[in-house]
Design a protein around this ligand. Structure first.
Ligand code: IPE
Ligand code: IPE
Ligand code: MG
Length: 259
C-alpha cells in the first residue's frame, strides 16, 4: 500500500505552501528558435533551470517536485532530437546525482523504462538506490511517461493480482499501484511555454490539482517566476466539492450556516 490516499479526502488550508509541485517543462525549442539557435540548445539550457528549480523548491519547503522530461508521445520527434534528449539525461545523471545526494535529495524516475538504453536504466537504478534514504525533497523525473500508460499498468497489475474481485475494484485499489504511489497527489501543476493542456501527464493524480499556466518559456523559468506561481497557488481556495462557507466554518471550528 502507498502511504497516501486521495488528496480529495482532506482540505488543506488556503495559504499553505504546496507540498507537491508537478511541472511540464515546455518551451525549450521556441526559446532556442528565438535566438537563432538549434532546438537542442534550448534543452541544454533547460537542464540549468532544473537545477535552479530544485534549489528553489527546497527554499519554498516543497517536499515533492515532479518534472515531465520526456513524454510517451515525444518519440514522434526527429530521431536526432530524441537521441540528444536521451544523451542529455545520461549526462545529467552522471553529473548531478552526487550533488543531489549531498543535498539530501531523493531521486525517482517514473515511466516505462523498457525501451530505454540498458546503460541509462542502470544509471537510474544506481541513482535511486544511492539517494533512497534522503528526505529533504523527493525529485521525480518522468521519462517515457504517459498518464494513460500509468493507469493501464495499474489496472493490469490489479486484474492479475485479484481477478476474483472483478467488478468490485475501488479507487483505493488503483492508487497504490500507480507509478508515484510514494507521493501525495500534486497540489500545484505548472506548465510553462504558453500551451494550456495536460499532454498525457499525471491524469489520475491531477484530479483536484490547482493548474497554473504561464507564457514564460522553460529556460526563462527562474526563481521569481516560480515564486509567482506559488503565490498564485497560495491565494486559491481549494474546496474539493465543498462550499466556501463550509471551509470557513471548519477553519474557525464553528458549524457552517445553511449546509
Ligand atoms: C519541452 O520543450 C521539452 C521536451 C518536450 C523534451 P519543447 O521541446 O517541447 O519546446 P517547444 O514546445 O518546441 O518550444
Ligand atoms: C510535453 O511537452 C512533454 C514534456 C514537457 C516532456 P510537449 O511539448 O511534447 O507537449 P505537446 O505535444 O506540445 O502537447
Ligand atoms: Mg513543446
Amino acid at each position: 500500500m502507498g502511504r497516501f490516499g486521495s488528496s480529495t479526502q482532506g482540505v488543506p488550508e488556503t495559504g499553505d505552501a504546496p507540498k507537491h509541485v508537478a511541472i511540464i517543462m515546455d518551451g525549450n525549442g521556441r526559446w532556442a528558435k528565438r535566438r537563432f539557435l538549434p532546438r537542442v540548445a534550448g534543452h541544454k539550457r533547460g537542464v540549468d533551470i532544473v537545477r535552479d528549480t530544485v534549489r528553489t523548491s527546497v527554499d519554498l519547503g516543497v517536499e515533492y517536485l515532479t518534472l515531465f522530461a520526456f513524454s510517451s508521445e515525444n518519440w514522434r520527434r526527429p530521431a536526432d532530437e530524441v537521441s540528444f534528449l536521451m544523451q542529455l539525461f545520461v549526462r545529467a545523471l552522471e553529473q548531478e546525482v552526487t550533488r543531489l545526494h549531498e543535498n539530501g535529495i531523493r531521486l525517482r524516475i517514473v515511466g516505462d523504462l523498457s525501451p530505454l538504453d540498458r546503460g541509462l536504466v542502470k544509471l537510474v537504478e544506481d541513482a535511486e538506490r544511492l539517494t533512497d534514504a534522503n528526505d529533504r525533497l523527493t525529485l521525480t523525473i518522468a521519462v517515457n511517461y504517459g498518464g494513460r500508460w500509468d493507469i493501464l499498468q495499474a489496472v493490469n497489475q490489479l486484474t492479475q493480482a485479484a481477478p476474483e474481485r472483478a467488478g468490485n475494484y475501488t479507487e483505493a485499489d488503483i492508487t497504490p499501484l500507480l507509478a508515484m504511489n510514494y507521493a501525495p497527489e500534486p497540489d500545484l501543476f505548472i506548465r510553462t511555454g504558453g500551451e494550456q493542456r495536460i499532454s498525457n501527464f499525471l491524469l489520475w493524480q491531477l484530479a483536484y490539482t490547482e493548474l497554473y499556466f504561464t507564457d514564460t518559456l522553460w529556460p526563462d523559468f527562474d526563481a521569481p517566476a516560480y515564486h509567482a506561481a506559488v503565490q498564485s497557488f497560495r491565494r486559491r481556495e481549494r474546496r474539493f466539492g465543498r462550499t466556501g462557507d463550509q471551509l470557513a466554518a471548519a477553519a474557525t471550528g464553528s458549524p457552517a450556516q445553511g449546509t
